[in-house]
Design a protein around this ligand. Sequence first.
Ligand code: ZN
Length: 270
Amino acid sequence: MRTALVLALPAALLSLAASAADVKPPRRAPTLPDTIVDLTHPFDADTIYWPTAGRFELQSVAHGKTDKGYFYSAYRYSAAEHGGTHLDAPVHFAEGKKSVDELSLIQLTGHAVVIDVSAKVANNRDYLVSIDDVKQWERTNGPIADSFMIMFRTGYGKYYPDPVRYFGTDKKGDSAVALLHFPGIDPKLAEWLVKNKKIKAVGIDTPSIDYGQSSDFKTHRILLAENIPAFENIANMDQLPVKNSYIVALPMKIKKGSGAPLHIIAFVPH
Ligand SMILES: [Zn+2]
């Protein structure tokens, strides 16, 4: 696939550089993909954070004309790791597993499939994506190959950032956590994926891979323990085909981070 070629090129160049005496041009010039989809919500005062977490704050340090006559602007920002479109590093729920900076670029880039459960979620805010949903997808589209990412589309992305529709509540603090209602991944499916597939990562267009009513975060614990990271609060999932997209998910490289804001995009060929 052409998009894979584009992304494979830097590695090819690196290995060529390693043996400078034997430099050969790539066999084929890379071509640009037809479409690049931004799967990232912007960060601002409306960005969705867990009810107990600190929000995104942007403070102006300078804005306007300086005494030397040129324009200058700069801000400082602060936020919890886990909010908006972000990555959950394995160490978030699995002691000793990888932190944000330890995830390889190979793991954060790859082919993806989209499993759409939006029709089932429409009347059930607490829907859990099941083993059957994945098996049904495979019956229609063929088996999910090794080293793929699986993106789960619930359709909730369209409610973002309305906290009541997206999260189930606009309340804040500890007492709000019990009021959360949004779909997630069934822990039984997480177990099945770990046993039967070799996936690079999972993504979802809700605030968490565990559903809103979860209190034990089992899906997180199962997947992250296998060093499988998660992408949460994904945007524009409706613009991805069910297969044949190529995802590039680059978090802010926070050393020892348990998670980080994520700029995630997808290359989509015709
Ligand atoms: Zn998270």
